[in-house]
Design a binder for this molecule. Structure first.
Ligand code: SF4
Length: 461
């Protein structure tokens, strides 16, 4: 994606897009908060427990991954290891070419986005269709996802209707039922014609070799039921130790991601079709992808590998709500992306070193994270790393004038008086261009300067 610092990107964002992102994230966050409080006596206790289990899992990948491999092989799956994006793409291509496959249907897999699989396969003559409705709309629009759970959060239904019309999916109609029916009719033919189905995995259980995939549209089921070969692209951090851990994670994931009690379809996959089963792939490949995760594990920000990709941190983040996911120039936006993307960039860390600075450090992301990741601490550690490695800095704020104000009581009082005048001067008349950029999309709050001094006087008496 083209480089543009987050603050500059934000100034170019159309108000309609900002509104779509703000409204969509706020509504989901509010529903999630109510649901968790209504259904669990101590949701924070569950978040801490889930965080401890995932932390244990990522610190024991050296034993849990070989165990998962052994169990998967025992179930009939073939297991591959990809050290980086290039290796993962080549392994997928080799499987497809060996089978003579030319059509792939893909249920949402973030790793395939991360390794830019679709353009690679298309350059080798393989059709690669996204089957999640949001991802499908992104694909036909040649756009990028802007949220990890709701990839088209930045679009409204009118824009989607225009895309459908432009791509030959019927005359303009922005009724959601019509849009989904047309997508379904289009995709069903594609499922039946596809050679290979690809999914990711929300979790891989080490003790049983079970892959768990959750969707709300049932598209991963269709992708697997209609094809003869299943390829699962899985980040190595997706491991959980035991089947019984799933009870906790599935409950937290659905509530945190979409404020549902449980995602509509939860699939447990434990190998290819067994003898006597009528449907399902006869061949199954699991590709465990590292692509920088081992370096993250060795870093001082390893906690970020606990992430279960629920999107709750972006729904609550005041920066994400204003700038949208595209501002983060990565498949992982929002607070999680501000930590993960620079780390996964490896030797190109400095290209993404501005992302950890795009936070007010309010801590709201920490409070909603279902695996209790201390995101704001990690952002601070990355800011420090960026400074040590020479990341470009916009410079210090002008502290000289501030020091003068704060150290001279008379000047301070005069500044407070002038501040109060702001309540009576129309913003447009203030001769500071940067100020107009700020007020262009916000209402200036009433001046409250001096309240602390009043309070202190009363308190002294
Ligand atoms: S960091 Fe936490 S809140 Fe954000 S996507 Fe990951 S699990 Fe969800």
């Amino acid at each position: 994606m083209k480089f543009q610092p987050i603050d500059q990107f934000a100034t170019t964002l159309a108000p309609e897009k900002r509104q779509s992102v703000y409204g969509g994230t706020k509504a989901t966050h509010e529903k999630r908060t109510k649901l968790l409080a209504a259904q669990f006596a101590e949701p924070d206790h569950l978040r801490r427990l889930a965080g401890e289990i995932k932390q244990h899992a990522i610190e024991n990948l050296d034993t849990l991954l070989p165990l998962a491999e052994e169990r998967l092989k025992a179930g009939g799956a073939q297991v591959h290891w990809a050290v980086d994006a290039e290796a993962a793409r080549r392994q997928v291509l080799a499987i497809l070419q060996r089978r003579g496959a030319t059509r792939l249907v893909k249920a949402k897999t973030m790793v395939s986005e991360e390794i830019e699989l679709a353009p690679f396969l298309e350059s080798h003559g393989i059709e690669c269709l996204e089957t999640d409705l949001g991802e499908f709309i992104i694909q036909i629009d040649h756009d990028h996802p802007s949220h990890i759970v709701r990839p088209i959060i930045h679009k409204n239904r009118r824009e989607i209707a225009v895309s459908f019309e432009k791509n030959g999916l019927g005359a303009y109609n922005d009724e959601p039922e019509v849009i989904t029916r047309r997508a379904r009719e289009f995709m069903r033919k594609k499922y039946l014609a596809a050679d290979v189905g690809m999914t990711g995995a929300n979790f891989v259980v080490a003790e049983s070799g079970r892959l768990v995939v959750v969707t709300n549209e049932g598209n991963s089921r269709f992708s697997l039921a209609a094809t003869k070969c299943h390829i699962a692209l899985v980040g190595i951090e997706k491991i959980v130790p035991r089947d019984r851990d799933l009870a906790l994670f599935l409950n937290l994931l659905a509530r945190s991601a979409t404020a549902q009690q449980l995602t509509v379809y939860t699939e447990f996959i434990q190998g290819p079709k067994a003898a006597g089963q009528p449907d399902g792939p006869e061949e199954m490949h699991v590709i465990f992808v590292d692509n920088g995760r081992t370096e993250v594990l060795a870093s001082e920000c390893r906690e970020i590998l606990r992430c279960i990709r629920c999107g709750a941190c972006m729904n609550v983040c005041p920066v994400y709500r204003q700038v949208s996911g595209h501002a983060y120039r990565s498949v992982y936006p929002g607070p999680v992306g501000a930590v993960l993307s620079p780390l996964l960039a490896g030797e190109h860390f400095l290209d993404k070193a501005d992302l950890p600075k795009a936070s007010s450090l309010c801590g709201a992301c920490n409070e909603v994270c279902p695996v209790n990741i201390p995101i704001s601490d990690l952002l601070l550690r990355l800011r420090d790393k960026g400074k040590r490695e020479g990341a470009p800095s916009p410079g210090l704020p002008p502290m000289g004038p501030w020091a003068l104000l704060a150290s001279q009581p008379l000047v301070w009082k005069a500044a407070l008086f002038c501040g109060r005048m702001l309540d009576h001067v129309p913003g447009a008349l203030i001769p500071v261009p940067a100020f107009h950029a700020w007020t262009g999309c916000r209402t200036l709050p009433k001046w409250r300067g001096g309240e602390f001094r009043k309070w202190l006087r009363v308190r002294k008496k």
